[in-house]
Write a protein that binds this ligand. Sequence first.
Ligand SMILES: Cc1cc2nc3c(=O)[nH]c(=O)nc-3n(C[C@H](O)[C@H](O)[C@H](O)COP(=O)(O)OP(=O)(O)OC[C@H]3O[C@@H](n4cnc5c(N)ncnc54)[C@H](O)[C@@H]3O)c2cc1C
Length: 425
Amino acid sequence: MKDNTKHVIVIGGGFAGINFVKQLEKDKRFLITLVDRNNYHFFPPLIYQVSTAFIESSNISYPFRRLFQEKPHVRFHMGELKRIDPMAKQVETTTGTLVYDYLVLAMGTATNYFGFENIARYAMPMKTLDDAMNLRNHILLRMECAVRTTDLAERNKAMNVVIAGGGPTGVELAGILAEMGREILAKEYPELSDLKSHLYIVNSAPVLLPPMSTKAQQEAYKVLEKLGARIILNTKVVDYVSNNVVLSNGETIPADTLVWTSGVTAVRVEGIAPEVVISGGRIKVDAFNRMAETDTVFALGDQCLSMHDANYPEGHPQVAQVAIQQGTLLGKNLSRLIDGKPMKPFVYHNKGTMAIISKYRAVVDLPTGFLSGWIAWVSWLFVHIIPLIGFRNKFVLATNWAWSFITNDPTLRLILRPDKKERTP
Ligand SMILES: Cc1cc2nc3c(=O)[nH]c(=O)nc-3n(C[C@H](O)[C@H](O)[C@H](O)COP(=O)(O)OP(=O)(O)OC[C@H]3O[C@@H](n4cnc5c(N)ncnc54)[C@H](O)[C@@H]3O)c2cc1C
């Protein structure tokens, strides 16, 4: 490496971090170190399919070291960020301290339980691949309990699933759980019947899919209701006591499974001035994604909030396309900065919002109009497969999809319970 090589540290290899690295690694004046707590990049929009055993986790994840095999200017450091020190230009991780010229924070969001302690302790989140694997094992284990018990109340409790949150994640999960009940469990658990009536979706808003168009909201309601889900609107999940889900309307639903998709908050970073952390815990950035009050620290994607885009004065939505576009632009901007050229401000190009409601039905809000049904589902499929990193994943995912499509019988539903004991030499 030449002495004037600039060292860039990127914390978080999600959509924002990976697209930033992909862009900047073309400029050989930089050495890039990507830090992530996992050794793989994964694709959050499809984790709900892992959690219901429709696809395997390896279909939507890819190891960083493999991704960077042919990239001599990119290093990977596995570890979790503990704090940053912008004055000393260094970051402390659980696995060592690193020094930078430029720092990029792209750690996304974490589940927000809004201070509900029992819910934080006992509900199942849906944010990471680990969460998806836990939910998958939990549901399959509950099904085994339901089969064994002769007590009807116990059986209902084991089979009941309450989803808190009627946004895209809650709706997509509800749709696929209903499919799982109809297409798979009915075949594999002949002891049980009427699987579809055990699904509840609770939303504090008066509609499902609040960020989408009215047409999308109505379609989601219609399809989920037809699939047998009980939809409870204008209501919050407020507690979870002895496997009873307590609602703000006073109702209680006995359920061994409460899935919490109700809220997120940006990952907090120690070492940042409190006034820079604003709404939703997001880091305040300027039009170039530069953290307020610094020259060398940038923040991207879900973790940041920029109010400098004329079309989005309140800030951008926390979606994959914003993270991807910001990551790519910052990669270009750092090269411009080194060249002494002015950086370009970020302007979000909205390519549309979509949610899949059931196996063959989706809703898509495009800047030009609305799509639903089968056509929307096919476009959803392409949009979600094409961005998957690595050729192998695209191929495997497409093949698996085709297989489940034809046979209605996707992956093998193994209950894997990893031993959590630490083994140190
Ligand atoms: C279940 C689900 C479904 C979604 N569906 C859609 C969808 O259909 N369409 C859409 O546009 N958006 C969807 N989103 C939102 C979309 O995934 C996010 O907007 C996008 O991932 C944001 O990208 P990011 O790079 O900012 O953060 P992320 O993709 O979340 O990446 C953050 C990275 O930081 C790492 N990290 C976190 N904390 C630390 C730490 N302390 N130290 C080191 N590394 C850390 C993580 O391991 C991860 O690799 C969905 C999100 C979820 C959870």
